[in-house]
Write a protein that binds this ligand. Sequence first.
Ligand code: DI6
Ligand code: FE
Length: 419
Amino acid sequence: MLLTNLSIATMVNGYSLIEKGAVLIEKGVIKSVGPDTPKGDAVDCGGRLLTPGLIDCHTHLVYGGNRASEFEQRLNGATYSDIARAGGGIMSTVRATRAASEAELLESALRRLESLLAEGVTTIEIKSGYGLDVETEMKMLRVARKLGNLRRVDVKTTFLGAHTFPQEFKENHEGYVSIVCDQALPRIVSENLADAVDAFCEGIAFSVEETKSVFKAARAFNLPVKLHAEQLSNLGGAKLASRFNALSVDHIEYLDEDGVESISKSGTVAVLLPGAFYYLREKQAPPVAALRKYKVPIAVATDLNPGSSPVHSLLATMNMACVLFGLTPEEALLGVTANAARALGLKDRGVLREGYRADVVVFDPDTVADMATYENPKQFPKGIDYVLVNGTVVIDKGQHTGARPGKVVYGPGKRSRVR
Ligand code: DI6
Ligand code: FE
């Protein structure tokens, strides 16, 4: 397949654009990217923008219940931490997720996933962390894996058993850390349910020492680690993460320059989550100037979750990263492509270059600034003309093609059917 007459954001060595380019795809892989050379058998893309498939590298897409009442409580003066300490917050979603069947979790997660896919997301990371017991954590991870079989999207899963301490272990932290490390993790590894391990290092969740135990256990199983760090306060989680060569530290509103310097040395990606900053009405923005100064790769993700970021749009999130954190549109695009791939440890995608996966998006907006402006797109859905995943066309002229793995039928006039 040859796509021609394109403006190509290759993202090779940072943001770079080929003004009039073409890309050749063969067997799911990019064969060549370069200047346009007119040929008969090509798809003329009318000068549109071609980017790597978008990567949402931090989500909590699988969960039960809803937390709208907490949004209301915060608007009446309660803080996110107050609500968590009173047994709401993450624990409220834990109760709903434990009560939900696997089929129910799958159904609700699919709806959220669809809205991301319609924007050109081709790889998504999904965390557990609303089970906080072995069975429910595994249930969440199985659902996440299944989503990748039901739709043309590559799903990477992350075990977040260390999201917070469940009610029954409030007074016995050691006991819960042991469940995470000695019971949940070995079973999750033996069933190949997780690609990485994450923790929430915060006053209302895991201390630095407790996080360290989880990281040690993860590394013993050869799983890479990531960390929710410095979201509400500066505990030094990012520094710990850098000592474990973490793939990423996420949120980092309260990260100081010292912390930025340490993650710059370990090659750890800074994942910014403007949806949570926006939704929780936070005041302290992440240290973007220091991240630039130390050349830390910056990624941007939705953090899609019911409590702090019920945001189902990666394009809107790019816009928030620009408006709230001052990223340029080019930085925002890097954040959902090349740097997002890095935050997941993926070396075969995120840039358009020979030998890489043919995950690409042709946008109706013609420039990166158009994308980040999030202006009303001309095409349905969401300004996407074409999406290719691994070389297979999954959106064609804005419409799903019905190219689905497995037994799910989806397309114009058809209802999706989940098995
Ligand atoms: N920080 C977050 O933004 C998510 N987890 C975390 O540690 C959301 C957690 C929630 O409120 O459900
Ligand atoms: Fe999160």
